[in-house]
Design a binder for this molecule. Structure first.
Ligand code: ADP
Length: 292
């Protein structure tokens, strides 16, 4: 078993919370958090450094003999084992808003199709979403992510039912912590369903990968920033239809064997079902609110 930097099991997702229909001015919307809760405790410096060496996602604040340490939720067992007092908690992870407009009047009209709705997708990262200010201008990366996400959604929307219209999807990353393209697509899918756009299924996007730590390699789900930055890491973002297992999007960097690739697929499909139920619960909660 490969020891993950934040203490997760190989097949353990970071926690995902979704709320549907939170923006009044869009036809459909969603807010998604995808990350880990961090617990602030105090530890003798030596112990803190040792823990960080084993689990690099642990954050050690500089200080004296006793230091503040932030421990990710999957390592809660350590807090219990040591009988530590939790001084505070905060959320570390991706935060994404998604909004959908449409099907609506196409402007400019010459970009519309008499055969189907045109899906447009804008992925963007807020200037304050990463540690260094990100330029608000769309980067090459933003343009690429927008293009592949649009193509993924076009494959699932019944676009031919709405000729001469646009369906506009916006995904705004306000906090980034690896896996933003899949977090954005997962949120956008909920926003599309919330807008009542007919789809073959509600897509789920997630990343699987292979990481090697201390000479031990393993296939893991939901690669985090420390894992992604490690040497020889393989990251494979995918978008799937959880009901049929159809693949809408697949990207990969790094090198894996055919067997590892199949293992990665299987893990992605299995975990997509978990995310799918979180999406559906979010939509149900929204409509329960409407009924009440
Ligand atoms: P994804 O977010 O889909 O995993 P990448 O692999 O390109 O996409 O990026 C990985 C992570 O690197 C992002 O989630 C974000 O935390 C960080 N990142 C991306 N772009 C920037 C940037 N311009 N400045 C700082 N960090 C960035």
């Amino acid at each position: 078993m490969v020891r993950r930097p934040d203490g997760r099991k190989e097949d353990e997702l970071r926690s995902i919370r979704i709320e549907a229909g939170i923006l009044n001015n869009a036809d459909g919307s969603a807010y998604l958090e995808w990350g880990v809760d961090m617990y602030r405790v105090e530890l003798p410096q030596e112990k803190a450094e040792k823990l960080k060496e084993e689990y690099p996602s642990v954050k050690v604040k500089s200080g004296g003999d006793v230091v503040d340490v932030d421990i990710p939720a999957p390592l809660k067992w350590y807090i219990e084992e040591e009988g530590l007092e939790v001084k505070g908690t905060y959320f570390k992870g991706n935060r994404v808003y998604a909004a959908v407009y449409g099907p609506r009047e196409p402007i400019p009209r010459h970009e519309a199709s008499p055969y189907r709705a045109i899906v447009r997708y804008r992925y963007s990262m807020a200037p304050f979403s990463v540690p260094e200010r990100k330029s608000p201008k769309p980067s090459r990366r933003d343009v690429e992510i927008s293009k592949i996400s649009k193509e993924a959604l076009q494959r699932v929307i019944f676009a031919e039912e709405y000729p001469m219209t646009f369906i506009d999807v916006f995904a705004e990353v306000v906090q980034a912590d690896a896996g933003t393209r899949v977090a954005a697509l997962t949120a956008a899918s909920v926003a599309l369903a919330d807008a009542g756009i007919p789809m073959r299924d509600i897509p789920v996007a997630l990343a699987v990968g292979r990481i090697c730590i201390d000479g031990e390699c393993g296939i893991v789900v939901d690669v985090n920033k420390e894992e992604e930055d490690a040497e020889n890491a393989v990251d494979m973002p995918v978008a799937v239809l959880p009901r049929t297992g159809d693949i809408l999007l697949l990207q990969m960097d790094g090198r894996v064997s055919k067997e590892e690739l199949m293992q990665m697929f299987e893990l992605a499909l299995e975990k997509a079902k978990e995310i799918s139920s979180i999406q559906r619960e979010a939509l149900k909660r929204k409509y329960m609110r409407v009924i009440e």
